[in-house]
Write a protein that binds this ligand. Structure first.
Ligand code: AMP
Length: 191
């Protein structure tokens, strides 16, 4: 089983690279952000709650996000593995994910981080806003607060995997193909 946490700030390319990896390795792509957006679109009570946080560039509370993630994993009992995209975003989420997956005997294989310069992130997100329809991509103040949230709450999650010797980071700038090749090389080095 291959369980990869794809890590990095907003706009690092996690979604794009996840698509490449699921094709190559036949994995299930789990993006908590995408699941929240689907709930918002469907008008569910979870979507209404999550929207308040997402619109501010804040994180949705851990308890809610962890329960959502666990329910999604449970929907794919025969999966060859998962790409976790945008989860875990706090150390509490990382601890809960470890406990949950270890209990199922399907531990995280590795975390790979995409390193991208902050100015480049802002350019990418504003560009993406033109087609994504995401209001959190279209406003520079919300982008800034997502980046700050990442620095304060999410970046420390890398230490959690470093302590387990499961952390690897790659240069996330360049063409989609080049970055994908770097990712595949990092995964092979770990397996
Ligand atoms: P993303 O699509 O990964 O950029 O996520 C969009 C937004 O959804 C984030 O800015 C958060 O508000 C929320 N979100 C996504 N994943 C998580 C998570 N693991 N924990 C808390 N909030 C999340």
């Amino acid at each position: 089983m291959l369980n990869i946490v794809l890590f990095g700030p907003p706009g690092a390319g996690k979604g794009t690279q996840s698509e490449k990896l699921i094709q190559k390795y036949g994995l299930v792509h789990l993006s908590t952000g995408a699941i929240f957006r689907q709930n918002i679109k469907d008008g569910t009570s979870l979507g209404k709650l999550a929207k308040e946080y997402i619109d501010r560039g804040d994180l949705v509370p851990d308890e809610l996000t962890i329960a959502l993630l666990q329910a999604e994993v449970a929907k794919h009992p025969t999966s060859k593995g998962f790409i976790f995209d945008g989860f875990p975003r706090t150390t509490e989420q990382a601890e809960a994910l470890d406990e949950f997956l270890n209990g199922k005997n399907m531990p995280i294989t590795m975390m790979v981080a995409l390193e991208v310069d902050e100015d480049e992130l802002k350019v990418r997100l504003l560009e993406r806003a033109k087609t994504s329809g995401r209001s959190d991509d279209a406003d520079i103040d919300i982008i800034q607060s997502r980046i700050e949230t990442y620095k304060q709450k999410t970046a420390p999650v890398a230490n959690f995997y470093e302590r387990q010797d499961k952390f690897h980071s790659i240069n996330g700038e360049g063409s989609v193909e080049t970055i994908s090749e770097r990712l595949v090389a990092a995964i092979h080095a770990f397996n």
